[in-house]
Design a protein around this ligand. Structure first.
Ligand SMILES: [Cu+2]
Length: 144
């Protein structure tokens, strides 16, 4: 199966939580045999490219097999954002999660409030493969 953290979208328990205004470093580790163009909606991120202040600003980063890539992102847009591999057949096989940026000052219980607007991002499931992503002939079982 294709997934993040070994959990495909249809089995994910909840969104990845960011808090408005915080600066985060996200590290992607590709332990598969394929390259994955990883795309985060809603926010641009700054690629960490070593000992330099130069950080390319992007919304998608190609992570090659066995590669480890980090980016810094400021959670400046409240809402639910898709975070997924841009290869549709990977995304629809489960390589996608939702990043929720919670509003500043959201207190306990915010998670419950938040559920109300989560359906605003109707994530595809692997039970519902899209027409444009034919699975025929693809064999990705055993990969992660
Ligand atoms: Cu992929």
């Amino acid at each position: 199966m294709w997934s993040f953290d070994g959990i495909k979208l249809s089995e994910v328990k909840g969104p990845i939580i960011f808090h408005e205004g915080e600066r985060l470093r996200v590290t992607l580790v590709n332990d598969t045999m394929m390259s994955h163009p990883i795309h985060l909606h809603g926010m641009f991120f700054d690629l960490v490219v070593g000992d330099t202040d130069h950080k390319p600003r992007k919304h998608t980063v190609l992570v090659k097999p066995a590669e480890r890539v980090s980016f810094d992102v400021t959670a400046d847009h409240v809402g639910d954002w898709a975070f997924h591999c841009h290869l549709l057949f990977h995304m629809h096989a489960g390589m996608m999660q939702v990043v929720s940026v919670l509003p500043r000052g959201a207190a306990a219980g915010a998670d419950d409030l938040h559920k109300e607007h989560r359906p605003a991002v109707p994530p595809p499931t692997d039970e519902d493969p899209p027409k444009e992503a034919p699975m025929t002939g693809m064999n990705h079982e055993g990969h992660r």
